[in-house]
Design a binder for this molecule. Structure first.
Ligand code: SAM
Length: 472
């Protein structure tokens, strides 16, 4: 029985509700009156229910598809301006005891090279990341109680926050590790993590169990209820996602929105971010073995509809996607992208040859961070290295209220410009510096509040003179 506030996976992600939503969406996919109403509701930034969003996804009429894209662009702009937050993944260890059939870390894979970073290795990786200009990381690790226990993750977080190299600093560490206990989530919170990220992979229980035949991750309920435990452990920024390509996109799109609704209804705050990874080729993994690949045109529609369905949720795209695809997605909803990423363990210090492959998947966007920053500037997006909200305690519903109150222009815009200024002073190539300076000058003038504008100008001068780490 569907129960949005239940703590049981099979009740808040109810298979029969997903299936009846799919049927309802098909039946109404040409219902112009209803579609117009849904678009009107979305335009008022009220978000959409999973049922409403499912109708939009099913609707194939070109004029409505265009309207959806236009609205996604508008909402993206209204809430996030043209800022794009930058981050990089840091792979700590690929030891894993799970049997996930789509992931090269699976325990039976004998060809992948197993590696785990020591604290000294982490130090070196982080210095390499700081020297690129990164301020925000997403930690990644396989699940292995002996190699990667929670103590190892906690120690690694402490190491990362402690590294001060030149003007560099990692100011926000997000964590993507296997589902764990309330107690361990509390320890992660106490270690000062930003977002706890966990992908559901698929919400379809039957398929989930086939895709995860062995290991702790095979427990669908334990995995699906992880965000509830994270919230109970005091983490109020959680990031959800599905791995598109494992299950039909219709099923997982609805399941993911039901998950977001459950968190909002139960804890008063929805997910901080939604990630939209698509399955990639990897060591011992052939995407041709999976029958649910999502074509680009549908993928763009998924992102646009998510944007209007959950306007207050950040959306992340990784280097699994190509430059062209990422460029399109930035326009219609994405708010965070990774840059200069390596998915191999130790890959920032030592680029691997094919023989020593420890990577998680093949990336599609190989550009350096500086090249991505330049590309964003050319597209008139502001590359932002901001980590201010979390450091000012604006997490969970406090972050959401900043968005809802429209304080973005007086707070997030200056923070983006200040961190971009730091980036160009410390790391950028000359042509990026020139382009960014012009953008900073132009956009500082547009900060609406006079006092905030003056403060931003003062901070920019201080950064020019060698000071760092200002924030609103
Ligand atoms: N072990 C943790 C877990 O179970 O959630 C950490 C996650 S893993 C390092 C990060 C994510 O990579 C997975 O959740 C999965 O969605 C994704 N992934 C695994 N295999 C992939 C592949 N072949 N292509 C693209 N993404 C993949």
């Amino acid at each position: 029985m569907y129960d949005i506030k239940s703590k049981k996976a099979e009740e808040f992600i109810c298979d029969s509700e997903i299936r009846s939503t799919m049927q309802y969406a098909t039946e109404n996919s040409r219902n112009s009156e209803l579609i117009e109403q849904i678009l009107e509701k979305a335009r008022a930034c009220k978000g959409l229910t999973h049922r409403e969003a499912a109708i939009l996804l099913e609707c194939n009429q070109p004029e409505y598809i265009e309207k959806i894209f236009a609205l996604a662009r508008e909402i993206k702009h209204r809430f996030y301006g043209n800022r794009i937050v930058m981050f990089a993944p840091l792979y700590l260890s690929n030891y894993c005891i799970n049997g996930c059939v789509y992931c090269p870390y699976h325990a039976k894979n004998k060809t992948i090279r197993r590696k785990k970073l020591s604290q000294e290795d982490i130090r070196n990786e982080v210095i390499a990341l700081q020297d690129m200009g990164h301020k925000r990381l997403a930690l990644e690790a396989g699940e292995h109680p002996l190699h990667n226990p929670i103590e190892y993750i906690l120690e690694s977080i402490k190491t990362i926050y402690g590294i001060k190299h030149k003007n560099g600093a990692i100011r926000r560490v997000n964590v993507n590790i296997a589902a764990t206990t309330v107690e361990n989530y509390r320890r992660l919170r106490d270690a000062g993590i930003g977002t706890y990220i966990l992908f559901q992979e698929t919400y379809n229980k039957e398929n989930y169990e086939m895709l995860h035949p062995t290991g702790p991750k095979s427990d669908y309920a334990y995995h699906t209820e992880a965000m509830d435990r994270a919230m109970q452990g005091g983490i109020d920024d959680v990031g959800i996602g599905v791995l598109f390509g494992l299950e039909t996109y219709r099923y997982d799109f609805i399941g993911m929105l039901m998950h977001a609704e459950h968190l909002e209804a139960t804890y008063g705050v929805g997910p901080h971010t939604i990630s939209v990874p698509r399955l990639c080729m990897a060591d011992d993994i052939d995407t041709a073995d999976f029958k649910n690949a999502v074509p680009d045109d549908i993928f763009y529609r998924i992102v646009a509809i998510l944007r209007i369905a959950v306007p207050y949720t950040g959306m992340i795209i990784s280097t699994r996607e190509s430059r062209e695809c990422r460029g399109k997605l930035l326009e219609i909803g994405i708010t965070q992208i990774s840059g200069g990423s390596r998915t191999s363990v130790g890959g920032y210090v030592h680029e691997e040859s094919e023989q020593e492959n420890s990577a998680q998947f093949d990336i599609a966007d190989h550009r350096t961070l500086d090249e991505i920053v330049e590309w964003l500037l050319d597209l008139d997006h502001i590359p932002s290295f901001c980590t201010a909200c979390y450091r000012e305690g604006r997490t969970g519903d406090r972050f959401m209220s900043l968005l809802k109150n429209g304080q973005i222009a007086n707070c997030c815009l200056p923070n983006a410009l200040l961190t971009l200024k730091e980036y160009i002073k410390d790391y950028a190539s000359p042509q990026v510096r020139e382009k960014a300076e012009a953008m900073i000058k132009r956009l500082t003038e547009t900060i609406p509040n006079e006092k905030a504008r003056a403060t931003a100008q003062r901070y920019l001068t201080a950064i020019e003179n060698g000071e760092r780490d200002f924030r609103f």
